[in-house]
Design a protein around this ligand. Structure first.
Ligand code: GDP
Length: 442
């Protein structure tokens, strides 16, 4: 997971402060030295670190902090606020035009994730904002880019406009015309990249910018390349005056340098982050939540949002109804499992909880295996068996174990768990409707 080293070093620095009770100015200076080193090792720009430490020190050595009852906590709070400010403070939305279609020029170096993330963003805007996006294949430099965009567009059910190897500016203009005619209110222009920042590329992009007057120029950068990402951001911004950044591959072991330096160096906000190769693995960037995560304080809000996106509310209501009537089946049990799995890996989820050391959960894939086993067992049952587990005699259990590649003990364990869940819901159902209130009033 990203930022692991940084989180660990910062929490060590704070631990030492907490252990001290009263703090002197020298204690604060020592902690600042450690924080400075942690940030530099995370590949944050030298000047950004220097200014950051100066700001935090100035606030932390004030009498109101040092003489407070909880000086260490106040310093964590200051660092949290300053990290949030460093990353831009508030989250910033995509610039949407009041006269659609909104035109988003997506630019960046090869391999940063432009093509994939054009599609991810289009999918996100369709799902979350009810937009009708169009993807335009303007990268005629990389031979496979057009086909790649068509493939991801198809996966998301989003139309792709292409004119083969024509002039990219002509393609962009025609795509916008096409969008106007077909009611697409958002156009993503997937532009060409290069391996390194290159004069010719910048010239081409400037010509395209002048021709289509985009509402947004979103730069896609790879978080894994740290300072190189920041340098690329600076070069693209100087040439094109970008309006925002999308930081990709935050699911990898990026050290944090790019996320923490880009806003300070370019003045442009990170608007989105890519957190995986799958097309729905995109998130709005929230500086405050990211800061909480870096400080090991968790990101409960993102966790809740993830749950809301993955859990089918209608199904949840149906489930509640069934629970009330005590009619829970193994099919319901299975549905819950699938929804739970859709939320991502155990480790990623745990990293969003405060105080949970995600690293300690590296073996948590075991749990995933257990989930997989349960899923296989339920899928090996007939629909009648799922509705009525009482049918499961020993020969049926043997058949199910063989079908799911498990043992009869695994099947029995699952049935036991299910029985316990049923008992619990029975008790809950029994307590509802007045009984509960009477019990509590006693
Ligand atoms: P382009 O050359 O900039 O158009 O880059 P691509 O869209 O082809 O992406 C390059 C590679 O990065 C592909 O293998 C993508 O699947 C991968 N990628 C893109 N975004 C992410 C992300 O957020 N996380 C991870 N792990 N991989 C990503």
């Amino acid at each position: 997971m990203a930022f692991e080293g940084l989180t660990e070093k910062l929490s060590n620095a704070f631990k030492k402060l907490r252990g001290k009770g009263r703090l002197s100015e020298a204690d604060v200076k020592e902690a600042m030295r450690e924080i400075r080193l942690a940030l530099l090792e995370a590949d944050v720009s030298f000047k950004v670190v220097k200014d950051f430490i100066a700001r935090v020190t100035e606030r932390a050595v004030g009498a109101d902090v040092l003489e407070s009852l909880t000086p260490a906590q106040m310093i964590v709070k200051i660092v949290n606020e300053e990290l949030t400010a460093l990353m831009g403070g508030d989250s910033v939305k995509l610039n949407l035009s009041s006269r659609p279609p909104t035109v988003v020029m997506v630019v960046g170096l090869n391999g940063a994730g432009k093509t994939t993330n054009c599609a991810k963003l289009a999918g996100f805007m369709k799902k979350q904002n009810g937009k009708r996006p169009l993807l335009a294949a303007c990268d005629t430099f990389r031979p496979a880019a057009i086909h790649q965009l068509e493939v991801v567009g198809e996966q998301l059910g989003i139309p792709v406009f292409q004119m083969g190897q024509s002039d990219p500016v002509d393609i962009a203009k025609s795509a916008i015309e096409h969008a106007k005619k077909h009611g697409n209110d958002l156009v993503f222009l997937d532009t060409a990249g290069r391996l390194h920042v290159d004069e010719e590329l910048m010239e081409q992009l400037k010509v395209m910018k002048a021709a289509v007057d985009p509402d947004e120029i979103l730069l896609v950068v790879d978080a894994m390349i740290g300072q190189d990402a920041v340098n690329a951001a600076k070069a693209f911004d100087e040439a094109l005056d970008i309006t925002g950044v999308m930081l990709t591959k935050l699911d990898g072991d990026a050290r944090g340098g790019a996320a923490l330096s880009i806003k300070a160096v370019t003045g442009k906000p990170i608007k989105f982050v890519g957190v995986g190769e799958k097309l729905d693995q995109v998130e709005v960037f929230h500086p405050d939540r990211m800061s909480s995560r870096i400080l090991g304080m968790g990101d409960v809000l993102s966790l809740i949002e993830k749950a809301q996106q993955n859990f089918d509310l209608k199904k949840a209501a149906e489930l509640q109804e069934k629970m009330k009537k005590n009619r829970l089946t193994l099919t319901d049990f299975y549905d819950q499992l699938v929804q739970f799995k859709g939320m991502g890996s155990m480790q990623d989820l745990a990293g969003m909880l405060p105080g949970v050391d995600a690293k300690a959960l590296e073996g948590a894939d075991l749990d995933k295996n257990a989930l997989g086993k349960t899923e296989a067992i339920i899928l090996s049952m007939t629909p009648e068996e799922r509705e009525n587990p009482a049918l499961l005699n020993s020969s049926r259990k043997k058949r199910i174990a063989a079908g799911s590649g498990t043992q009869v003990v695994d099947v029995n364990r699952l049935l036991k768990q299910f029985e316990m869940m049923q008992q619990m819901t029975r008790q809950m159902a029994g307590m509802s409707g007045g009984k509960m209130a009477r019990k509590m009033a006693r």
